[in-house]
Write a protein that binds this ligand. Structure first.
Ligand code: PA5
Length: 447
């Protein structure tokens, strides 16, 4: 039941010598990561998280999740970037495809909505309508505690909560996931008595899915966070201890860098299961924010297939040849539908009678792998054995470790994000935030 990596389809693109040469570069990058000698080495707490996490807090997370399941019809998860995507990726992968709309009898756990990941008044207003006068709780997630998007949403939903339950009761329905000591959210949590969970100092946002950031919403959804951690721990073992030939994560990092050096500067992550859509989104942030700096990096793009074969498929097959593709293949689908024979074969599908929809999906995938390879798009495969917590834990860790190694191969600090600040400064200046007066004048002249 192992998540695994297969680059055999890159035969015509990459030679054994190239792999050999990159092996030592990748091993060196891995040593930098494990010996904590590389850039950003104060943000490596994620490496040991699957085995070295705060067990007491882990139990408190489960307790809080049970309380929310008990007293709330809806959980509002407020956060953006690394404080949002991991939880959503996990819940959408592990739970029902129509989680919020399927009946309570099937779902069993509260509806979960995400807000604070944009600045749309329409989105916020519509979510207020969805909640209506139902019982709800809030998980406000912000490591810094000062990010504008979630802070705005928190104001709105906190007000609704206080109007509904009064200040004291409302405070018991707010769960703050933030820094252990500093930041506006931590101060507010201390002041108002919210139950708080910690984002460790040495774990950056996009590497934080296995902390309370991801674990509390995931546990509320009814998914098994113990199994998620076990999956991550199993992959950590392999990443840390295996030599290059047996180390799928390090090999993935190596192969993508070989391809980059050959002019393949775009990586398209593809899935064939809608449940993986937000894993794509999480992955885009992980690699985009970690590698895209100092005018370097592989641009991470993503497609949902076969859906996007009817839109982006044309470009991948036939457009500018600057990309490679990484396909996440879910080996075993959760549900099975067998196509039946019809008496009159009007739609011409009787040749598929007796075949499962998943078999057809896999055939589409295999056909596409070969077609894209023939179209000079090197295809890499990440096999995901099952749609469950153990596989997902492995997958999260597989990509995180590869990202750290790959960043060091590229020669960047994979654990900072200086570029994110530029838009914030402009936004604050335009909004008239105190301290930004000079920039404001400059910007207004340019608009
Ligand atoms: O990965 C990161 O560091 C970012 O994407 C952050 O997670 C994001 O900006 C949200 O930050 P915060 O949790 O401080 O609100």
């Amino acid at each position: 039941n192992q998540v695994s990596f297969d680059y055999s389809l890159t035969n015509g693109f990459i030679s054994a010598e190239e792999i050999k040469m990159m092996e030592s570069v990748a091993e060196n990058a891995k040593s930098q990561l494990l010996n904590k000698t590389g850039a950003g080495n104060d943000f490596l707490g994620w490496i040991d998280l699957p085995v070295n996490y705060d067990k007491e807090e882990f139990e408190a997370i489960k307790k809080a999740a049970a309380k929310i399941q008990n007293d709330s019809e809806v959980l509002v998860v407020i956060g953006i970037g690394g404080s949002y995507l991991g939880a959503r990726a996990a819940i959408e992968f592990l739970r029902h495809s129509f989680y919020n709309s399927v009946s309570k009898e099937i779902r069993k756990t509260p509806e979960i909505y995400y807000v604070g990941n944009n600045i749309s008044s329409t989105y916020i207003s519509h979510l207020l309508e969805v909640i209506g006068d139902r019982d709800f709780s809030i998980n406000m997630i912000s490591k810094s505690g000062t990010t504008t998007e979630p802070a705005i949403a928190f104001r709105v939903f906190k007000k609704l909560l206080i109007e509904k339950y009064g200040k004291e009761e409302a405070a018991k329905r707010i769960y703050a996931t933030t820094d252990k000591a500093k930041g506006a959210l931590k101060n507010l949590a201390t002041e108002e008595g919210y139950e708080s969970f910690v984002v460790p100092d040495d774990v950056g946002g996009r590497f934080s899915v296995l902390t309370a950031v991801g674990l509390l919403p995931i546990a509320v959804s009814g998914a098994d966070i113990d199994k998620l951690m076990k999956g991550a721990a199993a992959m950590r073992e392999r990443c840390i201890n295996n030599s290059f030939a047996e180390n799928d994560s390090v090999k993935y990092a190596a192969v993508r860098n070989i391809l980059l050096r050959k002019g393949k500067s775009i990586e398209v992550l593809a899935n064939y299961e809608p449940a993986l859509h937000f894993v794509n989104e999480w992955w885009k942030q992980l690699f985009g924010e970690s590698e895209g700096k100092d005018q370097k990096g592989i641009f991470p793009a993503a497609v949902d297939l076969t859906t996007d074969l009817h839109s982006m498929g044309q470009f991948i097959q036939d457009g500018q040849r600057t990309m490679f593709e990484t396909v996440m293949s879910l080996e075993k689908s959760v549900c099975e539908i067998i196509l039946e024979e019809e008496e009159v074969d009007l739609d011409g599908l009787n040749y598929l009678a007796g075949k499962s929809v998943d078999f057809i999906n896999k055939s589409a995938m295999k056909g596409t792998l070969l077609a894209h390879t023939d179209g000079h798009v090197p295809n890499l495969l990440v096999n995901v054995p099952t749609q469950d917590e153990f596989s997902l834990g492995q997958l999260f860790y597989f990509f995180e470790f590869a990202c750290g190694v790959s960043g060091y191969i590229l020669g960047v600090n994979p654990f900072d994000q200086p570029g994110v600040e530029s838009y914030k400064k402009n936004m604050f200046a335009l909004l008239g935030k105190p301290g930004f007066e000079a920039q404001r004048e400059e910007l207004l002249k340019r608009l």
